[in-house]
Write a new protein. Structure first.
Length: 463
């Protein structure tokens, strides 16, 4: 059988409103051409993010009803702690309300002004939390990741040769911790190989640098290691995940991804000193350390989600869904980042819209047209998200790429929804030469993509 079945049945549905193109054009203009500002009720298929947008299982809903809502030292925390310790092996487990809270707390404990934090590629909130402390967030992207449409394995890897040369030039104490993100969201949701994780771990240890994983999509990374590395082909997925975590000194997890919940995160480590600093900071913004900004029911649902996420049937379905979307877009001539990951399919907007000047945000132009065409909300991963004005001249600094990310919420959409996305792209391909760009008229100094206001670029014709 060639068909890969969704390993679940639908037990409840959420209706959404079918809008017209004319309505969507007006809605987008009212939102200042920023899809983050479009009301969810005006979106038909929401591929903005896979963070907190999935559907929970019947077992998770059952666990939620049994959550212990005691303020301090609730039963649900200890149940979660046991699951996380078994999964990761880490001694100290701190729940937080989401991944960026873990970033803020960890970096607040370890990073000082002027220091540098290396990573394979910082995503938006990670970079923002480092730079907010007036430190430097440095990316060491693998060379094979630069060719977007070339199908090479392990594009998520960290460039170990480049990192090693850089570390040898750094003053002692200038690198407070080293990171690696699994999977690598910045370069198309690409996985990191176990071989690369071992090399990065060894390098950080030689230099005496604590090593942390940004492990929001740890299960999806474990799946690719299982699929692509012969050494791990017959190893159960929980053992692969544990092997990844064993290479690091700690991790943080946005549990809204591979935790299969709608809110929550984790910060874990082995070092007693770091743990004490974290324990002292958590109450300032998250609450008591055993609930970390979450209700007891959320802790219980997360514990169950972590039990479910390494099910091979579920991950096989995730791969099949992403591959189905990516392969059909490729047949249409849509330039897709190759190979596709699990959580999303990325479209190279610069290649699809070569006539749109880079300063006019081709990624945002494509994302806006996709919404008007099909009621589909995606997100730009490019100059709007990662560019910035030059601090001296004010001139725009461009991102390396302009991508449009089509995230696949977990256990939410059916094949007909994906077919609607494919048909919408077919319409866009027919008239892509008429798509024009945008310019920013208002922006925040940090994480501008969330709240920026835009307008059609001067002289751009709108349909």
């Amino acid at each position: 059988m060639k068909t890969v079945l969704e390993p679940f049945r639908i037990k409840a549905i959420e209706p959404f409103r079918i809008t017209t193109e004319a309505e969507r054009a007006r809605i987008l203009a009212d939102a200042h051409w920023n899809l983050f500002l479009v009301r969810a009720e005006d979106v038909m298929i929401d591929l903005l993010t896979d963070s907190g947008t999935g559907a929970m299982s019947a077992m998770q809903w059952a666990a939620l009803m049994n959550g212990d809502e005691s303020y301090a030292c609730c039963r649900s925390f200890y149940e979660l702690e046991a699951v996380v310790r078994d999964l990761t092996g880490y001694k100290h487990v701190f729940p937080v309300h989401q991944g960026r809270a873990a970033e803020r707390i960890l970096f607040g404990c370890m990073v000082q002004k002027g220091q540098s934090v290396p990573n394979n590629a910082h995503f938006d909130t990670t970079r923002a939390n480092v730079e907010y402390l007036q430190a430097n967030a440095l990316d060491f992207v693998a060379p094979q990741a630069r060719e977007l449409q070339k199908s090479a394995q392990w594009k998520g890897d960290l460039d170990v040769v480049k990192l090693e040369a850089w570390l040898q030039q750094q003053p002692e104490g200038s690198v407070p911790l080293g990171l690696i993100t699994i999977t690598n969201n910045r370069v198309g949701g690409q996985p990191v190989s176990m071989q690369n994780l071992r090399a990065v771990s060894a390098l950080y240890r030689r230099h005496g640098i604590p090593f942390f994983l940004d492990a929001a999509r740890f299960a999806e990374n474990a799946w690719w290691i299982h699929r692509l590395e012969p050494e791990w082909r017959d190893v159960p997925l929980p053992k692969i995940a544990r092997a990844m975590f064993d290479l690091a000194d700690g991790c943080w997890i946005s549990a809204k991804k591979d935790g299969l919940v709608n809110i929550g995160g984790l910060l874990c480590c082995n070092d007693d000193g770091i743990a004490q600093k974290v324990r002292n900071l958590v109450p300032l913004t998250e609450g008591f350390p055993t609930y970390g900004g979450l209700a007891g029911r959320d802790l219980a649902a997360l514990a169950q989600g972590l039990r479910e996420v390494l099910d091979p049937d579920y991950l096989r379905y995730r791969e099949a869904a992403a591959t189905y979307l990516a392969s059909h877009l490729v047949r249409l001539g849509v330039p897709v980042v190759q190979p596709n990951g699990l959580h999303a399919v990325y479209v190279d907007a610069r290649a699809m819209l070569p006539h749109v000047p880079l300063s006019e945000l081709p990624g945002q132009a494509l994302a806006c047209e996709l919404y008007v065409q099909g009621g589909i909300r995606s997100v730009e991963i490019g100059t709007l998200m990662f560019g910035h004005p030059d601090p001296k001249t004010g001139a725009p600094v461009l991102a390396d790429h302009d991508l449009v990310r089509l995230c696949l919420p977990r256990r939410v959409y059916t094949q007909s929804h994906v077919d609607w996305v494919i048909e919408s792209f077919a319409e866009l391909m027919d008239r892509r030469a008429k798509i024009t760009g945008y310019e920013i008229v208002e922006q925040a100094p940090i994480l501008r993509a969330f709240t920026a206001k835009l307008r059609p670029a001067a002289g751009g014709a709108r349909r």
